[in-house]
Design a protein around this ligand. Structure first.
Ligand SMILES: [Zn+2]
Length: 224
């Protein structure tokens, strides 16, 4: 297996470009991202990236720290919750807000979380919550929604939409679909399984036991 085959899992060496300070994306989406950013600017919005490419190790670190109680677990309403003692409950609690390592769309380099930088008051800390999408960033998201509906968003679309799979809707997450489809062509659950078998990952036993159903709920619905 060559290194390129490992790209969908956040492994290997993707061809990355720093699109905004500290945020890297796949070189293939840069032109369209610039076009979308320009269109936003002309409409009075500052498309600001809050998250972009994330390698496997980073997602694994989030996963393991949540499992060990080093990062706060949040319930479905976004409220802090107690860490479940049962491994399966713990795994599903983490999945409420964190993608499976090796199956996060942020591994692809084609997906970004965006806000309107121009709408942020000085010192404002972005949360990436549904409330922000209908609040402080509502005008920006309405603009994006209209562009997407008109087919005028240069290949970008929302992925974590209501009615798809079990990941909660994330209005702030957009993907360059023509590129991400290519990146996902060779994704294989068998490869993900072997990655887990060879990784020090929390909840490993139940992850491996439930992998097929996890894929149906948390992975494949978002291969759009
Ligand atoms: Zn995201």
């Amino acid at each position: 297996m060559n290194a390129n085959d490992m790209l969908p899992y956040g492994l290997g060496n993707p061809d990355l470009v720093e699109a905004q300070e500290g945020y890297f994306v796949d070189r293939a989406i840069v032109d369209d991202l610039n076009k979308l950013t320009d269109a936003c600017r002309k409409a009075g919005f500052e498309l600001r990236i809050e998250s972009a490419y994330r390698p496997f190790e980073k997602q694994l670190s989030i996963w393991n720290r949540k499992a060990r109680g080093e990062l706060q677990l949040l319930d479905a309403n976004g409220e802090p919750m107690q860490r479940p003692a049962d491994e399966e409950e713990l795994m599903y609690a983490i999945l409420t807000w964190s993608a499976l390592p090796g199956a996060s769309r942020h591994h692809l380099g084609t997906d970004i979380d965006v806000v309107d930088g121009g709408a942020c008051p000085p010192g404002y800390e972005v949360q990436l919550t549904p409330a922000e999408c209908t609040g402080i960033f509502a005008k920006f998201h309405e603009f994006l929604t209209a562009r997407i509906r008109e087919g005028a968003a240069f290949g970008f679309e929302r992925v974590f939409a209501p009615g798809r799979g079990k990941i909660r809707p994330e209005g702030w997450h957009i993907a360059h679909l023509p590129t991400s489809r290519k990146r996902l062509e060779n994704f294989s659950l068998a490869t993900l399984r072997s990655i887990y078998e060879n990784t020090d990952i929390a909840c490993k036993r139940v992850l491996l036991a439930r992998l097929d159903s996890l894929a149906e709920d948390y992975i494949y619905p978002y291969f759009v």
